[in-house]
Design a protein around this ligand. Sequence first.
Ligand code: PEP
Ligand code: MN
Length: 475
Amino acid sequence: RAVITPSAQPDALYDAPDRANKQISATGASLANWSPSSWKDREALQQPNYVDQAELEVALSEIANRPPLVFAGEVRGLQAQLANAAAGNAFVLFGGDCAESFKEFNTNHIRDTYRVLLQMSVVLMYGAGVPVVKLGRMAGQFAKPRSEDLETIDGVSLPSYRGDNINSSEFTEEARRPDPSRLIRAYDQSCSTLNLLRAFSSGGYASMQRVTKWNLDFMEGEKEGAEYRELADRVDAALNFMAACGIDEDHPTMKSTDFYTAHEALHLGYEEQLTRLDSTTEEFYGCSAHFLWCGERTRQPDGAHMEYFRGVSNPIGIKISDKSDGDSVVSLVKSLNPENVPGRITLISRMGAAKLREHLPRLITAVEDAGLNVLWVSDPMHGNTIKTENGFKTRPFERVRDEIMAFFEVHEQMGTHPGGVHLEMTGKNVTECTGGTATVTEGDLELRYETECDPRLNASQALELAFLMAKELGE
Ligand code: PEP
Ligand code: MN
C-alpha cells in the first residue's frame, strides 16, 4: 500500500476513500513502496545545501498548503496529445527560458514569449499538416543543475547559482546562500504566470487573426526573408479559405488554444509538496506543471529523481545524450512506464548534429527493438553551447538548425517520427545566440545579454527556425 507521510501533505488532499488500495499507478508502476516522499531514501543529486533545515521545513509546509498549479484532467489531456504525437499525428513545440528569473518577471516577457510560440506553432502546423502541441518552459522553470557545486572567481569560492528559486546569481556570500523563502516566491510567480497564460489561451489573445499578424521586417531584403514571406502568405491564404468555408474568427478553434507548462523537476522537496492525489482516479500527479522532465545529470536509475517520477502519472521527459547507452535508456523507460502507455515518455536528445548522426540511430534501434512507445524530441540547444573569445556563453543559430535537420534526417532514415523540438528561446529581442538572418554577431552579444543561465534564441531567430522546420516537414 502507498506510504503517505502525513506531515508532508495536508489532510484535505487525501479524501479519496479507498486510496490505500491503489497499488499500481496509471502507467503500471508498483506503488507498494512509493510515496511522494520516498525519493528521500535515495541519493538526490543537484539539491541545494540549506543552512537551516527548520527554515526549509517552514517554506515547504507553506507550499503544501497552496493549491495545485495544474489539474490532473489537464495533464491527462496533454498525455493524450503527446500519444498522438508519438504516433506521428502531431508535432510538439517546447519553448521558453533556460531559467525563469525574478528580475525578468513581467507581463510583457510572458506575453511576448507566448506570442512567438503561437506564431511558430501556426507556421509548423501549416508546414507539417498536423496539430502542434504547445508546451512552455514557463511557470515553474527555475531550478538549475550545475556542473560544479562551487564557483571560483579571483580566488574566492562561493556556492554556484542554482536558479532563482534557490539563490541569487550575484557573486556575494549573502546572495549565493540558498534561501528557502525563494521557493514560495517562485511558486507565486509560477501561479501568476500560469494565470496569464490561461487567460491568453482562452480569452481571445490566441486568436488566429492576432497570431498571424506577422512581423517579418527583420528579414526584409534578405533572400530567406522573401521565402518566409511567401510561406506566411500561403498561411494567410489558407485562413481566408477556411473563413470562406465558415470557419471564421468566431469559430472556437480560431479563438482559443491548449497551452501546457513544463519544467525540469529538479528540486524534489518542492515537487513533493505539489504532488497531489487526484480524487477521480486516485492517482498521484505532480501538480507543479503538466509535463515534468529529468535532466541529463539526474537520471541515475537508482537515484532520487527516478524514484519520484516512477509514482506520478504525468507525462515525463528524459534528456539523453551521445553518452547514453541503449540498454540503460530502455531500462529507464521500462521502469517509468511498465505498461508502455503511449504519451507517458518523451526522450529528448541533446548531442549536437555530428554526434546525433552517429548516436541517435543506435538509441532509436534499442527502443524500437524493445517495442517501447516513446515520443522523440530534439533539444538542439544543450549540445551546441560554446564560449566566445569575449567570454560569452553562446549558441550559433546555424548549429541549432543543423542539429534539428540532422534529427529530422535520422528519423526519416530510421522510419520513426521526429516528434518535436525543445528550445531555449524568448519573445524578447535579446542578443544571446549568434547568427540567423537578422544576424547577431559575437560583438553584438554584449548589447542585450540578459539570461540568468543559458543563451536563448530571440524572437526572430525562433520564428526563423519555425519557418525552416515547416519547410523541411512539408517536403
Ligand atoms: C536544461 O534543459 O536547461 C538543461 C539543464 O538540460 P540538460 O539536463 O539536458 O543539460
Ligand atoms: Mn539550459
